[in-house]
Design a binder for this molecule. Structure first.
Ligand SMILES: Nc1ncnc2c1ncn2[C@@H]1O[C@H](COP(=O)(O)OP(=O)(O)OP(=O)(O)O)[C@@H](O)[C@H]1O
Length: 309
């Protein structure tokens, strides 16, 4: 769906996005992460055709942006960071207007507006003036205009902004539903959001792509947690002799070990060998499970040690 090659954008002397390349296929949710000023919004503005790259190439839905992006713009939905809404307009009128701007035909418009309002749970406010809406409600109107006409590509710049916990849950469920038939690229500062909805993340750091990986790969760690009824020194020594294990760490004040596997060891084979050793040592096995890396740590590593945004 998206092919970005050496995408670069400068604002005068500032290089906001620096030779960023990535490919995104059809469907699924890709999270764009990074500290404030990392270049996320600039990437999204270029993808939506709102900003031209200074250098590099961009193909969306098979079309090269160098030959114009009007056609693609009609088939994508974009929620910018600060969507300008017309405060004096009613929600339904605004969405009808947005549908017109998107080129949705008169006969399709009412249905498209109704579907978008229902999906974002804003139908109850359809006759309210936008000026009277709360921040979260306005955010939902913003998402509603982005999904008008069921676009195949959705670019959502911080869609969770200003939502209460209940609405956050609805928004995440909506994004997952939309991702069954569209590619969703969203930026966020919230790690739980990434965890809850994303299949893959792109981490930007100072305008460069610092990491591009699936959540599954990111979470994978080569460590296992072992809990036994009673820890002992002989058990620890026996574990150290298991060929698949690189190191054994006994956690203080509990009967638990953190076992780091050697590179490329199969965790299932290693687990079977560990369970055998525990039994041979006469210890009782309470728990043996793979440890997952937390996303905060992954983010810190990718951005050179600074904490999650
Ligand atoms: N119109 C502009 N003119 C000049 N510099 C800009 C402009 N827009 C963005 N920048 C600069 O480009 C860099 C990237 O900004 P961008 O808004 O893309 O970052 P971001 O990752 O979206 O940040 P945030 O998380 O704060 O929204 C920053 O250094 C910013 O100051």
């Amino acid at each position: 769906m998206i092919e970005a090659q050496s995408l670069t954008r400068r604002y005068g002397p500032v290089t906001a996005v620096n030779r960023v390349s990535f490919h995104i296929g059809n469907n699924g949710v890709v999270g764009l992460l990074g500290h404030n000023g990392a270049g996320k919004s600039t990437v999204m503005k270029m993808l939506s055709g709102y900003l031209e790259p200074t250098a590099g190439s961009l193909r969306v839905a098979g079309r090269d942006y160098a030959h114009g992006c009007r056609e693609v713009q009609r088939s994508l939905g974009y929620l910018p960071e600060n969507l300008p809404l017309y405060p004096e307009m009613m929600v339904a009128d605004y969405l009808d207007y947005a549908a017109t701007c998107k080129g949705i035909g008169r006969d399709q418009r009412a249905l498209a507006v109704r579907e978008a309002m229902q999906a974002t749970d804003i139908a109850g406010h359809m006759l309210a003036k936008i000026a009277t809406l709360s921040r979260g409600q306005r955010q939902r109107v913003g998402v509603a205009q982005a999904i008008l006409g069921n676009p195949r590509l959705l670019i959502l710049d911080e869609p969770g902004n200003g939502l209460d916990p209940e609405q956050t849950g609805h928004m995440r469920a909506l994004i997952k539903r939309l991702a069954r038939r569209a590619t969703v690229l969203l930026s966020t500062h919230i790690m739980q959001e990434v965890d809850a909805v994303c299949d893959r993340v792109l981490i930007l750091h100072q305008g460069r792509l610092a990491l591009d990986a699936t959540l599954e790969a990111l979470r994978h760690s080569e460590a296992l947690s072992l809990r036994v009824k009673t820890a002992s020194e002989p058990l620890r020594h026996a574990l150290e002799l298991v060929p698949a294990i690189a190191s054994v760490e006994a956690l203080p004040n509990c009967d638990e070990y953190r076992l780091l596997l050697r590179r490329d060891e199969d965790p299932d084979d290693a687990s079977a060998a560990i369970a055998r050793v525990v039994i041979e040592q006469g210890a009782e096995l309470c728990q043996l499970l793979p440890l997952q890396r937390d996303l905060e740590t992954v983010f810190r590593e990718a951005t050179g040690g600074s904490a999650a945004p």
